[in-house]
Ligand binder design. Structure first.
Ligand code: PEP
Ligand code: MN
Length: 344
C-alpha cells in the first residue's frame, strides 16, 4: 500500500508513520516529491492497519499499491478531470444541469420540453430513444426516429444531447446524433458495450448499476478508459435496498466516495433515485450540497400522459423551481448554478 502524506506534513509526522509501519512489520520506502511525500509499505496488510494508519496526524490517505481501477483512480491522476460536451464543461465550477423526458415520444413533445428547460437554465437535453424497460410490453422507444428528433431539438435550442445506448451494434448510429452516450444502470457491467463506447471518441455518462458497489462502478469506467476513451462522467441514480417507499435508495455518500477514489466528474439523478417527483428537488439540493458536479432530471410537460416514468417527472414549472432551489445551495458550497447566465 501507499501512505500519502498531507501537502505540508511535518518531518515528525512522516517519521511517526514510518516508525508505526515498521512496528506493524512493513518494509518502508520513502519518496519525497515536489507536491507531497509518499511512503510505500510492503508487507502483510490488514484492514485494521489501514484504519489505524489513516487516523494518524499528517496522513491524507492510504492507497493500495495495485488499486484495481488504475486509470479511473486518483493514484495515477491526482487532479480532478473535466469532460467537455460541446461548449459544456462537466467537472468545473459551474453545475451542469441535464434535463428532459425519460423517453422521446414525438418531435412536438421533445421540442416543447427542450425550449422550457433551456429557458429555465438547463445546459443539456436528455431523452431516451432506446428504452431498456423491465417489461417487454412497455414502450421501447422510437429508436432512430428518436435520435433524429433529439438532433432536431439540439438545432432548435443549441443544447447538447445525451441519450442512452443499449446495444454495442448501435454505437456507430448513435454517435451520428448524440453529443454524449449514456450507459444505463442495467448495462453498467455489459462489458462488450463498455469496450465499444470506449473505442468511440464521444463523452460517456456511466450510470451506476442497480446493485453495484462504488468499486465495481469504477471498474466499469476502467473498461471504457482502458479502451481509449477517458471522457467519462459517472452518474449516481440510486441502488436497490430493502426500502420500498422510494423506487431506489439514492446513495449520496457515493458522491464524496467517488471524489475520494477517482478524478472523474460525478453527477446525480434524483429522478430515478427516488421515483417520485415530490422528492426530486429535496434530493437535488442534497446532491449539490454533497459535491455533485451536476444533475440529471426528468421533465415532462404532461407527466400524467408520459409513456414512461411520469411519476418521477417534473413539470417545466417544477423544474424552474428546482433551479431556483439549488441556487443558494450551490453558492453555499462554492459552485455556480448557471442561473446567472440565462438571458431574461
Ligand atoms: C434513464 O435515464 O432513462 C434510465 C433508464 O435510467 P437508469 O439506467 O438509471 O435506470
Ligand atoms: Mn426514466
Amino acid at each position: 500500500m501507499i501512505v500519502v502524506m498531507e501537502h505540508r506534513a511535518s518531518q515528525e509526522t512522516v517519521d511517526a508513520v514510518i516508525t508505526r509501519l515498521e512496528q506493524l512489520g512493513f518494509d518502508t520506502h520513502l519518496s519525497v516529491g515536489v507536491e507531497r511525500t509518499i511512503i510505500g509499505a510492503i508487507g502483510q496488510k490488514r484492514p485494521e492497519y489501514i484504519e489505524q494508519l489513516g487516523a494518524m496526524a499528517g496522513v491524507e490517505r492510504i492507497v493500495p499499491i495495485l488499486q484495481p481501477f488504475k486509470l479511473a483512480g486518483r493514484e495515477f491522476h491526482a487532479e480532478p478531470s473535466q469532460v467537455q460536451v460541446g461548449a459544456v464543461t462537466i467537472g468545473g465550477d459551474e453545475l451542469v444541469m441535464m434535463a428532459g423526458p425519460c423517453a422521446v415520444e414525438s418531435e412536438a413533445q421533445l421540442i416543447e420540453i427542450a425550449r422550457d428547460i433551456k429557458a429555465a437554465g438547463a445546459h443539456m437535453l436528455r431523452g431516451g430513444a432506446f428504452k431498456p424497460r423491465t417489461s417487454p410490453y412497455s414502450f421501447q422507444g422510437l429508436e432512430e426516429e428518436g435520435l433524429r428528433i433529439l438532433a432536431t431539438a439540439r438545432e432548435e435550442t443549441g443544447l447538447p444531447v445525451v441519450t442512452e445506448i443499449v446495444n454495442p451494434r448501435d454505437v456507430e448510429l448513435v454517435v451520428q446524433y448524440a453529443d454524449m452516450l449514456q450507459i444505463g444502470a442495467r448495462n453498467m457491467q455489459n462489458f462488450t458495450l463498455l469496450r465499444e463506447v470506449g473505442r468511440s471518441r464521444k463523452p460517456v455518462l456511466l450510470k451506476r448499476g442497480l446493485s453495484a458497489t462504488v468499486e465495481e462502478w469504477l471498474m466499469a469506467a476502467e473498461y471504457i478508459i482502458s479502451s481509449g476513451n477517458d471522457q467519462v462522467v459517472l452518474c449516481e441514480r440510486g441502488i436497490r435496498t430493502y426500502e420500498t417507499g422510494t423506487r431506489n435508495t439514492l446513495d449520496l455518500s457515493a458522491v464524496p466516495a467517488v471524489k475520494h477514489y477517482s478524478h472523474l466528474p460525478i453527477i446525480v439523478d434524483p429522478s430515478h433515485g427516488t421515483g417520485r417527483w415530490r422528492y426530486v428537488t429535496p434530493m437535488a439540493k442534497a446532491a449539490v450540497a454533497a459535491g455533485a458536479d451536476g444533475l440529471m432530471v426528468e421533465v415532462h410537460c404532461r407527466p400524467e400522459e408520459a409513456l414512461s416514468d411520469g411519476a418521477q417527472s417534473l413539470t417545466p414549472e417544477n423544474f424552474r423551481e428546482l433551479m431556483q432551489a439549488i441556487k443558494s445551495v450551490a453558492e453555499a458550497v462554492g459552485r455556480r448554478s448557471g442561473l446567472s447566465t440565462i438571458e431574461v
